[in-house]
Design a binder for this molecule. Structure first.
Ligand SMILES: CC(C)(COP(=O)(O)OP(=O)(O)OC[C@H]1O[C@@H](n2cnc3c(N)ncnc32)[C@H](O)[C@@H]1OP(=O)(O)O)[C@@H](O)C(=O)NCCC(=O)NCCS
Length: 425
């Protein structure tokens, strides 16, 4: 077999995700500083590409810093108060609201300009019905509002026409009174109302360096001291969204070129995904996985790290093999062979070379160890030529060839001089 062509692999991956998510609804909450970044036109181009490809996308621009600047230019002071929503809101007076509207629509119009440049129909709309927050801590919040209702049917119609709705941070009461509403809140409630498949929180700062988080891990991180304060707001938004039933929330750095496409069309992504659905899992090998595991093992067999196994040999022992899938693609494998004498051999452990150092190898070995325990084995071992340090880091200890079960000892290849490492269970 020839070595893997990375381009072909990438194209396959893109098609996999295109088929999986095509037609799905994705909401993009994009922080204001991203719209000021030199990479902003490129970001909108990528979003336009998604819309043209059949993804239904909704844009919720963040405007906070722009509103601050516009109000400052007009010498209007505003304060912030904690709201019943658990977030700080700007007290928007009747003097401030027209400037807030101006700032919000200016930003929305920037998106419109770049979507037009990509020949995608976009629409700035009044899809948010709002109501006033009333009096908080004795302060009349005047034009500060909260989402009362999302006109989801109208939004759905716009999306079905292939258009991109852009939702400014303004909502109107049934009588037409404008309210300044948090764009985080709008993004959250729109995602929920539309049953969005994904919410992207697009920021303008470095990411967390964490690929995936469950909601429980997200909560722990929010309460930990290690997280930078700049990330807390988006983590809180992501947590609320996942609790509201959005299965995947992605926090990405919008300044990074192609960040949305990379996050969407590759298994590992570039940002942090807060997920509530199963995205990687270990399962038993099926015959249809044969090309995938041969693809993983071939380069390692070619350079002698793994011993050569034919398709037939793998099929013969197929119940011993397990694969680790990420979003439906096989990215790691391993086998547990039972040699009797309560001893099992962990073998054919391989991680896709593009996915190393992400804990996949550890996961698969851990899974095989658990399997051995369930099968009442008392001891697992590996034969390795180049990976002894790694197995040692997993708790394995060097053992002698003599300690191998008899049947396996007879097959020991003296020319390979593999070392034996074992773990008592
Ligand atoms: C060994 C292998 C399975 C590890 O897969 P992986 O998914 O990258 O493993 P993990 O992410 O769980 O662990 C990565 C860690 O192990 C370290 N590591 C990887 N290969 C190593 C090796 N040969 N020796 C020592 N350490 C190694 C990495 O540097 C990394 O360290 P870090 O956590 O401190 O950053 C993978 O590199 C591979 O496929 N190797 C070739 C096949 C092989 O040797 N199989 C074992 C014989 S059955």
């Amino acid at each position: 077999m020839s070595s893997i062509n990375p381009h072909v692999d990438l194209i396959r991956e893109v098609f996999h995700y295109k088929n999986r998510f095509e037609g799905s609804i994705m909401v993009f909450k994009i922080d204001y500083p991203v719209t000021e970044d030199p990479g902003f036109p490129g970001l909108v181009k990528d979003l336009a590409l998604l819309a043209k490809t059949g993804f239904k996308i909704v844009i919720v621009p963040g405007v906070k810093e722009n509103i601050d600047a516009v109000l400052k230019d007009h010498s209007i002071d505003t304060s912030r108060e904690g709201s019943p929503l658990g977030i700080q809101v700007r007290i928007t007076t009747s003097q401030a609201i027209k400037y807030v509207e101006m700032a919000a629509f200016n930003v929305a119009s920037r998106f419109m300009t770049f979507f037009s440049g990509s020949r995608v129909d976009a629409l700035i709309g009044n899809f948010v019905r709002a109501r006033g927050l009333g009096i908080i801590n004795g302060i009349d919040t005047e034009h500060t509002g909260t989402v009362d209702k999302i006109y989801a049917d109208s939004l759905g119609r716009v999306l079905s026409l292939g258009m991109v709705p852009i939702i400014p941070c303004i909502g109107w009461s049934p009588s037409g009174k404008p309210y300044n509403v948090s764009s985080d809140e709008i993004a959250l409630i729109i995602s929920k109302a539309l049953g969005a498949n994904k919410l992207f929180v697009v920021t303008a700062h470095d990411g967390l360096n964490i690929t995936k988080l469950t909601p429980v891990e997200t909560e722990k991180l929010i309460n930990s001291e290690s997280v930078k304060s700049q990330s807390v707001r988006e983590l809180k938004l992501a947590l609320k969204a996942s609790q509201a039933g959005i299965h995947r929330v992605h926090i990405i750095d919008g300044r990074e070129e192609g960040a949305v496409l990379k996050e969407l069309f590759s298994n590992i992504g570039v940002g942090t995904m807060i997920y509530t659905d199963e995205c990687d899992s270990i399962r038993i090998f099926h015959s249809r996985d044969l090309p995938d595991i041969l693809r993983l093992m071939e380069p390692l067999m070619q350079n002698g790290i793994l011993i050569r196994r034919s398709a037939e040999q793998i099929q013969e022992k197929k119940t011993d093999y397990h694969v680790l899938e990420i979003d439906g693609s096989v990215r790691a494998c391993g086998a547990l062979h039972d040699w009797g004498e309560d001893k099992g051999e962990i073998a054919a452990v391989a991680t896709d070379q593009k996915y190393t150092d992400r804990g996949l190898g550890r996961q698969i070995v851990g899974y095989l160890i658990e399997k051995a325990k369930k099968a009442k084995m008392r001891h697992v071992f590996v034969l390795t030529t180049q990976t002894q340090d790694w197995f040692e880091s997993l708790g394995f200890k060097e053992a002698s060839v003599e300690s191998l079960p008899e049947k396996r000892r007879k097959l020991y290849d003296q020319s390979r001089k593999s070392k034996v490492f074992a773990l008592e269970l």
